[in-house]
Design a protein around this ligand. Sequence first.
Ligand code: OOG
Ligand code: MG
Length: 252
Amino acid sequence: MNGPVIGELAQRLDEAQVRGKDILSLADTHEIDIDQAYRIQQELVERRLARGESLTGVKLGFTSQAKMAQMGVSEVIVGRLTSGMRHSHDSMVDIGQFIHPKVEPEIAYRLARDVDGTVPIESCVDAVAAAVEIIDSRYRDFRFTYTDVVADNTSAAGYAIGPWQKFSDVNNRPVRLSVGSTEVTGSTNAILGDPARALGALEDVAKRRGIPLRAGYIVLAGAATAAIGLTAGPVDCQIEGLGPVSFIGSVS
Ligand code: OOG
Ligand code: MG
């Protein structure tokens, strides 16, 4: 697959996001390998940067064994977070901008220094918080292959972070996420057996896929439960020992 095709597929995904209109799986018409999928993701993110957004972090996906088995893969996926995806705790989030948004409860880590392999990644982290991720696949009905979802920046669409706390062990914490009267519960150990393991997994994939990890970045460690539909109304996430994080889905 040559450069122009990579660019064309990135544009297709970008337009789907900007217009809020879904597209069909790229794999229906193109044979894409994992390196090409990360190149499409890179071009897709560069389009957002060209519109004035900045990089704010990275996110992991498929960090539960169940999800990896379902997709038939053994490598977590990594996507990029941008300023346009950031929502403040307790803010209003216009859900009309999305195609078919869902939310997931996550753990967020904050990098205090660049990750360059000279020290363990854990010592680059200074804070942890509860987070809600908004995912919104650009593919119709969330039907995608592994390379499709990597190209689509791992369905990244938004996030909100609760109050930061000093970096500490947050394994085996009960998790609760509600959207109106719909609720999911789980435990932080669903994230690779311990969300702290997401850091090592991230470092590994980021190195192989050429994704820089910079001071100030937020790292979303992956969902602790199945995602639930995002509808208008209050969204609340509680993770034991961490401050809550909420926002209100609104329709403009
Ligand atoms: C891909 C994104 C998965 C997670 O936390 O596992 C993800 C998707 O399911 O659309 O963000
Ligand atoms: Mg997620």
